[in-house]
Design a protein around this ligand. Structure first.
Ligand SMILES: NC(=O)c1ccc[n+]([C@@H]2O[C@H](COP(=O)([O-])OP(=O)(O)OC[C@H]3O[C@@H](n4cnc5c(N)ncnc54)[C@H](O)[C@@H]3O)[C@@H](O)[C@H]2O)c1
Length: 441
């Protein structure tokens, strides 16, 4: 079977490389010639653990071909996965222009029957629209099947998620196309659900909306814990043990970011609005998350008595550990606020520094060395729970910083560990009484 994947981003590149790992030959097309050159030279365009090695392997085995040529990619393909970006429009709706361009290019170049499978996250009804576009643009003797196959991988563990997902959703009205995909995915031993096309599209949005809701819920509980002197870590542990609730996505912190939750929640609010159903719960989830992004700087300002001229070490820039992705990361809001307060900022991240540098230029300093970031800092803000941060010896904060004031936006350390060090430590949802007691040590 000839497989083409459209887009070499987090979803497209992972899909291509993992399909190669399963033994398939894959053509991966992008419109960005620079990315294709870099990939053909064997260098990954994104950071994802294990990806570089698998890329080299697939190129060496001559299973993976990168191209910008739509004829080469589409003319003889049996199965095409679309994995182009669907970023948000200013009004929160999904921007489908990349998807539309990809569909036009596919329609203009296919020469045989083909299955088109959308991995991009798209509003309900989009795959039906793709079917209409293809029908309008291709000769009637060609049979083109349309499938919605939403992607659930998590950046930072994307390769593992491809091989060991919780489920694979195949949304289509075409039973032959469903069989082809069931056969393709069978070796993964993951539960496969075949649904109608609209339900598949909705499953993706509803999943992300539910996970975002869990995060904003626990952050609201954390805010109340701070006021009543309870400890959110113990509370989350206690409620997570209830199987009906589950323990994942109950880590209180400075909110979710990334390329999915923020845009997908807004797109679902828009989608609901268009069918005359105001999604009030999800609007509140988004509002809570926006507030969380500002929390660390508000706490820092209060604890340090103002930030003007203060040396601030911002630890972690990526929206989560093990990725270089900074889209909608809380660090972006934090940096804007710190610059506004005239703080003197040095930012640390093991993988995302270059991406932040592209946005903030010389407004701040950068380092990939945690100790350099902390040296002579008046305060540190932890925005991403990289292992290099969670495993960092606590004793070094006091040794390196001018004043060891740490605002931990990700609850990286246990309070009992903190107690053994002379650090003024402010985290999320953990008793301020304990914190002020610790501050006196
Ligand atoms: N990133 C994730 O963790 C994740 C997880 C699940 C689902 N998704 C969804 O998957 C889709 C892709 O996300 P991503 O993070 O991989 O995006 P991305 O921005 O990292 O990559 C998209 C790629 O598509 C390319 N592209 C755009 N138009 C093209 C065209 N016409 N032909 C060929 N290539 C084209 C771009 O140049 C870019 O390289 C989105 O809809 C996203 O919501 C993302």
């Amino acid at each position: 079977m000839r497989i083409t994947v459209v887009g070499t981003g987090y979803v497209g590149l992972i899909t291509s490389i993992c399909l190669c790992e399963m033994g398939h030959a894959v053509t991966n097309i992008d419109i960005d010639a620079k990315r294709i050159t870099q990939l053909n030279n064997g260098r990954s365009v994104i950071y994802e653990p294990g990806l570089q090695q698998l890329l080299e392997k697939s190129l060496k085995n001559r299973r993976l071909f990168f191209t910008i040529d739509p004829r080469f990619a589409y003319a003889q393909a049996d199965l095409i996965f679309i994995a182009v970006g669907t970023p948000e429009n200013p009004d929160g709706t999904a921007n489908l222009s990349f998807l539309q361009e990809a569909v036009y290019a596919i329609a203009a170049h296919i020469e045989k029957d083909v299955i088109i499978c959308t991995k991009s996250t798209v509003p309900v009804g989009t795959n039906e629209r793709i079917a209409e576009m293809i029908k309008d643009m291709t000769p009637s003797q060609l049979h083109v099947s349309i499938v919605s196959n939403p992607e659930f991988l998590r950046e930072g563990s994307a390769i593992n998620d491809f091989f060991h997902g919780d489920r694979i959703v195949i949304g289509t009205e075409d039973s032959k196309a469903a069989s082809v995909l069931q056969e393709l995915y069978a070796p993964l031993n993951t539960e496969i659900m075949v649904t109608d096309i609209r339900s598949a599209e909705m499953i993706k949005y509803a999943s992300n909306a539910f996970l975002a809701t869990k995060i904003s819920f626990i952050n609201e509980i954390a805010a109340i814990c701070e006021k009543v002197g309870a400890d959110i870590s113990q509370v989350a542990d206690g409620i997570g043990k209830d199987k009906r609730i589950g323990s994942s996505f109950l880590n209180a912190g400075i909110g979710y970011g990334g390329s999915c939750f923020p845009k997908d929640t807004k797109a679902l609010v828009q989608l609901a609005g268009h069918v005359d159903h105001p999604f009030e719960l999800l609007e509140a989830v988004i509002g809570v998350n926006n507030r969380q992004h500002t929390l660390a700087v508000a706490k820092a300002k209060e604890a340090a008595g103002g930030l003007e001229g203060k040396r601030v070490a911002l630890l972690g820039l990526a929206f989560k550990p093990n990725t270089d992705d900074i889209r909608e990361a809380p660090s972006l809001t934090i940096l804007k606020m710190l610059i506004q307060e005239n703080a003197d900022v040095i930012a640390y991240d093991p993988a995302a520094t270059l991406n932040i540098q592209r946005l903030f230029g010389n407004e701040i300093e950068y380092t990939e060395n945690l100790e350099t970031a902390l040296k002579n800092a008046d305060l540190a803000i932890i925005a991403t729970e990289w292992e290099s941060i969670t495993k960092f010896p606590l004793v070094k904060y006091a040794e390196l910083m001018k004043a060891p004031l740490v605002i931990d936006g990700r609850n990286c350390y246990s309070l009992s560990d903190i107690e053994r060090h002379s650090i003024t430590y402010i985290s999320v949802g953990r008793s301020p009484h304990l914190q002020s007691a610790i501050a006196k040590v």
